[in-house]
Design a protein around this ligand. Structure first.
Ligand SMILES: Nc1c(C(=O)O)ncn1[C@@H]1O[C@H](COP(=O)(O)O)[C@@H](O)[C@H]1O
Length: 163
């Protein structure tokens, strides 16, 4: 059985409130995914197993979220040819700046596509993953267009005092 096209991995269960926004965005676009907790620090063998087998298992894109010393996306990128999108999870001590810098500053040669800190980054990682998959899937491209159109429709022309 081939895996779904998108893997969402995160360093800790505590990242799920952020990363579930990626999951929900994929669901809204009818893109299948599998979510897993994998940590470079706490479960290194699980991470190696996941990253080295991800392509053979059928995954096409990996979304990796982590906070603090966020080595997970980069370490996974080092062990797979699949595109990796990194989501810096907001940390308590440094508000996610540590996560962002850890993920974005990869050495040349091993890319991680780094998104914004927190929920917007998780949503955009999913939209980016869907856009890549849509290159070979016209129905998904249509669903992405519809998503954009709904978003545009939902923006009011004028501000309102009603919250
Ligand atoms: N950055 C990493 C990695 C990793 O990069 O492998 N593993 C866990 N973590 C992060 O530690 C933070 C605190 O985790 P806990 O809440 O479990 O203490 C989480 O944001 C997680 O992503």
């Amino acid at each position: 059985m081939l895996k779904p096209p998108v893997a969402i991995v995160m360093g800790s269960q505590s990242d799920w409130p952020t990363m579930r926004h990626a999951a929900e965005t994929l669901e809204s676009l009818e893109v299948e995914y599998e979510a897993r907790v994998v940590s470079a620090h706490r479960t290194p063998a699980r991470m190696v197993d996941f990253a080295t087998n991800a392509r053979a298992e059928g995954f096409k894109i990996i979304i990796a979220g982590a906070g603090g010393a966020a080595h997970l996306p980069g370490m996974i990128a080092a062990m797979t040819p699949l595109p990796v999108f990194g989501v810096p999870v907001r940390s308590k001590a440094l508000n996610g700046l540590d996560s962002l810098y850890s993920i974005v500053q990869m050495p040349g040669g091993v890319p991680v596509g780094t998104l914004a800190i927190g929920e917007p980054g998780a949503i955009n990682a999913a939209l980016l993953a869907a856009a890549v998959l849509a290159l070979n899937d016209d129905d998904l491209a249509d669903r992405l267009d519809a998503h954009r159109a709904r978003q545009t429709q939902s923006v009011p022309q004028f501000p309102s005092d009603i919250e």
